[in-house]
Design a protein. Sequence first.
Length: 381
Amino acid sequence: MKDKRLLYGPGWIWMVPALLLLCVACQDKIDPETSAAFPADNTGPGKTAAAAVRTVTDWYGAVGTIRPRTEAGIQAQITAQVTEVKVRSGDSVKKGQVLASLDNRQFLSRLDQARESLKSSEAGERQARQAVVGAEAAHAEARSAFQRTKKYHESQAATSQDLEQAESAYLQAEAGLQQARQALSGAEAMIRQARQVVNEAEIALGYTVIKAPDDGEILQRMIDPGDLALPGKPLVVMRTSGLLRLEAYVREGLIDKVKPGVELDVDITTLQHRVRAVVEEIVPYADPQTRTFLVKASLPHADGLYPGMYGKLLIPVKEHPAVIIPREAVRQVGQLELVWVQDKKSWKNRYVKTGQWINGDVEILSGLSGNELIGWGGTAK
């Protein structure tokens, strides 16, 4: 027992000053069971107001996300490797500006082959045209010889054999002319086909340069040099106008309170700001899992507002009487909310519980009945 007293004795000696410091530090705390009055030398609050009972509206906050009104996913039309990306997220771009480049060597080769094929087809067309000219000349000569021999035969200056030979030569020349014209038509068709192939090759080569379809801002860059671009795979996402909207999910029990064209408040929690939005679209199909409807509401311009931010579409549910006081009259002490309330000729603290904010006022859920005079400012801080 003697050893134990020696071991614990010094510890108890050091705890005494610590307990004294703790008592001094806590002597200014407010006892949660009592109301603290102003100090004796206090002249009272700088501002006063009466707690008022007003009719307020209960709101349902439909959770949503800020999105661009016009959002475009830029995709590749061909399969090729990305060689260069010229934009980053947040960049502003103009219509026709190059966003990225793809490997074009294969498409350049195809274009060169198509052009060579076109040259060959054009050469064949020139030969066919010359053949037609020769066939037309031979046909005209054979026709003249046949008509001349025919006259000679009628005057018995030429034999029937001479007439038959002239007629046969004329028919052969006519057949040769038709054949030459058909060959020319085939050559012309080959040229049209070759030109179409060249046009397609030029279009495919143009797909290796990704351009902005309109003025806008890059929201997301989804590729890097060396990646493989595929049809249907977005390369960048951009918004083509500066307008934004809130896409919120409204539960099916409140969808009758939301109509296209109705103006509702949107609470932007991050900015601690409310804006007025106009409902522009309601998707007429409820999600069977969440039992909610997708509602899209257009937003006005607001500084600091960006796509992807969190917002709530405030929908009126019902009205009820509530005690309202100025929001600046409520003081926060740790987790407690207090207000100064006049009690006869003195001012005392009273614990309250606040609800929704209403412009510069706040709803009091408990602690006040609505007939009190409250104060703030001055030494009431």
